[in-house]
Write a protein that binds this ligand. Structure first.
Ligand SMILES: O=C[C@H](O)COP(=O)(O)O
Length: 328
């Protein structure tokens, strides 16, 4: 019977990023070498092959880092409840048993929903430690009036969201108005209170990797707990080159301040192979602390099904049909 080595226990907790004053000199010094980034992003996944029991262990770890997401206009309470049931038991018990992992309480990292579904999700996840993440601030465009966006965060926190995924005003980046971006994110962080805040940059909208780097840095200076690539609604969502730029900014911010900021790629990550590439990049660029759910999340609506299929293949040698791994 296949079995896998135990997962490493969760990393020691780290201090929450308090932010720092906006430092425009730091931004001015940011340069991004496009061809070097593309080269590294292309070659990095091939530098490690993760096979068999190591792959199964990494995939189980990936499950614990998923923000299991539904963000559709046709979301219903029923769909959200089914998603929460999946978050509680993301891998079938027989597969876990065959992996020798049934003693471990494997759950997803969070469930991510619109504000109107927060209460439903909180009730459905009662008795677990799975946080509910709300996409607040006029997701996905983030262009509703500023005071309404702040109120939406407050309402999501009152409804029980423990994590808030905010969207930045991409126009502030496109016009180089870093002060406005900093003030906006800082206000959102204040409204989030004890809830951890992920800042969605909408990287597909902000056109250059230099903008991605600068927006990442400003969001961290303004106190973001995580920086996140995308809403999943842009025409281009998470990519490895964007990831490389963002994680290098996380490293630079750590060197500058001593604070660890988390990273969340989101949108279009739907296969086990994709997610392993992200894990390799996190490990190579930031180290093992960023392989844990307190510093790494993957925003995804359909990834879990493929991971389950791969795990089942690992234990049985056969692939099952997609319908055997329903999401919601
Ligand atoms: O934040 C999460 C994304 O909206 C999920 O995107 P996806 O549906 O492409 O997996």
């Amino acid at each position: 019977m296949a079995s896998i080595s135990p997962l490493k226990p969760a990393a020691e907790g780290h201090a929450r990023n308090p932010g720092m004053p906006l430092d425009l000199d730091v931004l001015d010094r940011i340069r991004v070498n496009l061809s070097a980034v593309e080269r590294r992003a292309t070659t990095l996944p091939g530098r490690r092959t993760v096979k068999k029991e190591h792959q199964a262990a990494w995939l189980l770890k990936a499950v614990t880092c998923i923000d299991l997401t539904t963000l559709s206009g046709d979301d219903t309470a029923g769909r959200v409840k089914r998603l929460c049931a999946k978050a509680r038991q993301p891998v079938r018990p027989d597969v876990l048993n065959a992996l020798g992992m049934d003693e471990r309480k494997i759950t997803t990292g969070a469930v991510c929903v619109y504000h109107s579904m927060v209460e439903t999700a909180v009730v459905a996840l009662k008795g677990t430690n799975i946080p509910v993440a709300a996409v607040s601030t006029g997701f996905p465009a983030g262009l509703s009036p500023f005071d309404l966006r702040v109120k939406e965060i407050e309402a999501s926190v009152s409804a029980g969201a423990k994590e808030i995924d905010i969207v930045i005003t991409r126009g502030h980046v496109l016009t180089g108005n870093w002060q406005a971006l900093y003030d906006e994110v800082k206000s959102f962080r204040a409204a989030s209170g004890d809830a951890h805040m992920k800042a969605i940059l909408g990287t597909g909208d902000i056109t250059t990797l230099r903008n991605v780097a600068k927006a990442s840095m400003v969001a961290m200076m303004a106190g973001a707990d995580f920086i996140k690539t995308s809403t999943g609604k842009e025409s281009v969502n998470a990519t490895l080159p964007v990831t490389l730029v963002m994680v290098r900014m996380i490293r630079e911010y750590l060197e500058m301040t001593g604070y660890k900021v988390g990273y969340k790629p989101a949108g279009g990550i739907s296969t086990a192979k994709d997610v392993l590439n992200y894990f390799i990049m996190m490990k190579e660029e930031l180290g093992n602390d960023w392989l844990e759910p307190d510093l790494f999340r993957i925003g995804a609506s359909s990834l879990l099904g493929d991971i389950e299929r791969q795990l089942e293949h690992f234990v049985t040698g056969r692939y099952s049909a997609d319908f055997r791994h329903p999401m919601a």
